[in-house]
Design a protein around this ligand. Structure first.
Ligand code: MN
Length: 138
């Protein structure tokens, strides 16, 4: 069982994602207003954050930046979900710190597999020295 925070402004997607995650035995918490996402994440302390990119107020890109800059949340895997997929988008989204990128409409199988991979610690190809192996004595 993992704790997964979903940041998404579309009610149907929230229901779909949450039903899927719950069916896989996970606990989900949802945030529809991205302005409160960082606070919710700090409180909920998720094992994974799933965020939409097209969000009012604070965009998914900006939210990923904020999470990566947050001391307590910086290492939490992030899966970006987006309907908008222009050339260069994936690089941009991964560039700010997302570990995985899934396009809408989602494939249920791919969505579930990506979640499990991220929870298993895969997909974090950008991990530098010191990640994974614990830094001794620090
Ligand atoms: Mn949206």
């Amino acid at each position: 069982m993992a704790k997964i925070l979903i940041v998404e402004d579309n009610a149907l997607n929230i229901k779909l994602f949450c039903d899927l995650l719950t069916a896989h035995g996970h606990q989900c918490e949802t945030v529809t207003d991205s302005r409160t996402a960082l606070d919710s994440a700090r409180r909920f302390s998720p094992n994974l954050i799933i965020t939409d990119i097209q969000l009012p107020h604070v965009s998914g890109i900006e939210l990923i930046r904020l999470v990566r800059a947050d001391e307590a949340l910086a290492m939490v895997p992030i899966m970006a979900v987006t309907a908008y997929s222009a050339p260069g988008d994936e690089e941009r989204i991964r560039g700010v710190g997302a570990n995985a990128y899934v396009t809408k409409p989602i494939s249920v199988t791919r969505f579930a597999q990506t979640v499990e991979d991220l929870l298993a610690g895969e997909g974090q190809e950008k991990s530098g020295p010191g990640t994974g192996a614990a830094s001794e004595g620090q």
